[in-house]
Design a protein around this ligand. Sequence first.
Ligand code: FRU
Length: 531
Amino acid sequence: MLRNKITLITLLLAISVLSAVVWQSCASKGMAGTGTESISDKYRPLFHFTPDSMWMNDPNGLVYLDGEYHLFYQYYPDSTVWGPMHWGHAISTDLVHWQHLPIALYPDSLGYIFSGSAVVDNDNTSGFGKKGTPAMVAIFTYHDVKAERAGKSVYQSQGIAYSTDKGRSWTKYPGNPVLKNPGQRDFRDPKVSWNKQTNKWILTLASGDHICFYSSPNLKEWTLESEFGKGVGAHGGVWECPDLFEMPVDRKTGEKKWVLLVSINPGGPNGGSATQYFVGSFDGHRFLNESKETRWVDYGKDNYAGVSYSNIPDSDGRHISIGWMSNWQYAQVVPTVKWRSAMTFPRKLSLMEDNSSYILKSEPVEEIQLLRERKTELKSQNIEGALESNPAMNASNFPMELFLEFELPASGAATDFGIQLGNQLDENIQLGYNRETKQFYIRRENSGISTFSKDFNGLHTSGTCDIKGTVKMHLLIDVASVELFANDGLVTMTEIFFPTEYYQTLGFYARNGKVALKSGVAYKLNSLKEK
Ligand code: FRU
């Protein structure tokens, strides 16, 4: 019986590897996740954004204009490790299929082009626009590597560049830098937004252990408004890549709050880099924090520097964010060959109130539906005990989106339950909920290749989350990553993995008791390919 199962799994594995190779060689050149791939490029995601080749880190300049979502990103075109930073560029009309465009911004005499944002200057406050054509303006950090190497303690400033052809070509502003460094070693990652209260631009900047807010009428001259964050929130590392936006708490009452995202490296909840958030108010000058404890956008180890799109039309109204799906602890040594790092699947952020505190929820954008290919309903079943006794799905359904609902019986309830993705080499990753610790977790202790870093393996846990009723898990499973959205995005965990052979099985487990799988729906997802 077991041997039959293994034979079947081996067959399915062979089919899945073959289809991945066939897909990769059929895919059109120039589309994200494609190129002249071979089996040595086997960790290339099937539905997540990756650079065609070489090194990528933070998403930059997320902006929507005329039907196109722009994704700029920290890019080093000459190596698969970090180096002189450029802004790579891709566009999408649906947040799912991405088209690579030429590099948007190159380093110049003022320095490397570090992280930043982009806005559409609809009122032509900068004067960069042409009649009827507003300029797209990129605001980024110049990192003066010569000054750094010369031992100077101050080498980061902010510059701008503009485009009047929808991001296809860029002109750097001759008056750069527009925001000089007041004497801070770390002074970077400007996120700019239009503030309706003051009719000014607001620039949110990370400055070592705090955030600085600047205002400007024209994107060229900036005035310091206030600072926030010294001694508040997590401070295990340097603050980076902030974002500030207002969003509804409850669409019915119309209540709105301001959310401040702050990435931090190191000092994340499970080690290395991660993104915390604060909820409060902002009057155009000053941020007042109302969060009582440190909260994280994502408790997995692999979602960093995530920021949100600007210029999303009011008719859409979503706050859409993308993060870098890696961790500075090991990003430069993961076992991919032609390229390094992928982005998270784009997510819709929302706010909910829970016991007089505000929680930022994340869910995949609805456009994921464009990838759904084949639906499988899992039969409801009682789960008790070992993984092998509960095989659920297999390779023919990968990559996959999965919706699961678990319910605990009144007596004899399991203390810990979840799902395991694995292969026949006994490499696996487990995603579950532990009732005793009241935490969701990802157990990445034996997931495959991990010798590249001592910080990769581990049991990674969420904050405490006392779920009394149904435990829901929404999962996006790609060949080298899993994104868990638990209880409608209340808890999010994102992690990458590098199994020696692709995972081919998915099973359930329950420890010290039972759990019922009330419902389960799986969609095999289409790979990225030309529309
Ligand atoms: C975050 C970060 C930013 C910086 C960029 C450099 O990952 O360190 O603070 O601008 O990466 O590539």
